[in-house]
Design a binder for this molecule. Structure first.
Ligand SMILES: *[C@@H]1O[C@H](CO)[C@@H](O)[C@H](O)[C@H]1NC(C)=O
Ligand SMILES: *[C@@H]1O[C@H](CO)[C@@H](O)[C@H](O)[C@H]1NC(C)=O
Length: 243
């Protein structure tokens, strides 16, 4: 017969197993300060921070309560000189250092996560589908599985970005590279209309620029599955900008 104490203990065990936390550590290995942003997807609660300043060579850790789905990116060349916080790349439009549920304005290199409850199977990837602003990597710490490995995008797409995709900084240098879909808005680049399946939307000369620099990242909407990574067993993850 189950007494109240047994039921209490079972409930507690259930709550503890549900309340798996993944630690996401974010490191700025770039020469300049960056302002990482976080966005919870799927209508879940935002993380304890949705945006913060991270000086060169600094690291900050965040706890994520599983299950969780969402993304991370980094803003560059931010200032609040005008009384409103704005960034030259990947701005989230909040006017503040925190993004408060806003995502990054493209172009922005993204780390995307689905963290499973109960130490189940997590998925993560690097995406350049919304363009590129900074090189980045994501490395699992612990966890297991054949695809539980580091995904790195260390190539500098900005230096090879064609003029029609380039976003220029105030000094005239290329500070981000738009996706061909965003810049040219044609169905073969956006995988829309007659191009709306993986079979009918092959890589293009533009998506190949991203793919050649960052083979482990998604380069366009129907890029092949070689870019998805997964871990089981409750891994933590380290994100590095400018790895
Ligand atoms: C890509 O191909 C299109 C169509 O053939 C062409 O107009 C464009 O100049 C090419 N761009 C690059 C960067 O090769
Ligand atoms: C690992 O990735 C490869 C493709 O890169 C895929 O074919 C395979 O199914 C994946 N394995 C697991 C266990 O997800």
């Amino acid at each position: 017969m189950m007494n109240t104490r047994v039921i209490f203990c079972l409930t507690l065990a259930f709550l503890v197993s549900e309340a798996h936390m993944a630690t996401i550590t974010i490191t700025n290995n770039c020469a300049s300060t960056i302002w990482p942003g976080t966005l919870t997807g799927g209508g879940g609660a935002q993380l304890s921070t949705t945006g913060f300043e991270l000086a060169s060579k600094q690291t900050r850790s965040l706890n994520v309560a599983a299950p969780w789905t969402g993304r991370f990116w980094a803003r560059t060349q931010c200032s609040d000189a005008s009384g409103r916080f704005t960034c030259a790349t990947a701005d989230c439009g909040s006017g503040q250092v925190t993004c408060n549920g806003n995502g990054a304005a493209p172009p922005a290199s993204l780390v995307e996560f689905t963290i499973a409850a109960n130490n189940g199977q997590d998925f993560y990837d690097l995406s350049l589908v919304d363009g590129f602003n900074l090189p980045l990597s994501v490395a699992p710490q612990g966890g297991s599985g054949p695809n539980c490995t580091t995904s790195t995008c260390s190539g500098n797409v900005n230096s090879l970005c064609p003029a029609e995709l380039a976003v220029k900084g105030s000094d005239g240098s290329t500070i981000a590279c738009k996706s061909a879909c965003a810049a040219l808005n044609q169905p073969q680049y956006c995988c829309t209309g007659a191009f709306d399946t993986p079979e009918t939307c092959p890589p293009t000369n533009y998506s190949m620029i991203f793919k050649n620099q960052c083979p482990q990242a998604y380069s366009y909407a129907y890029d092949d599955r070689s870019s998805t990574f997964s871990c089981t067993g409750g891994a933590n993850y380290a994100i590095t900008f400018c790895p």
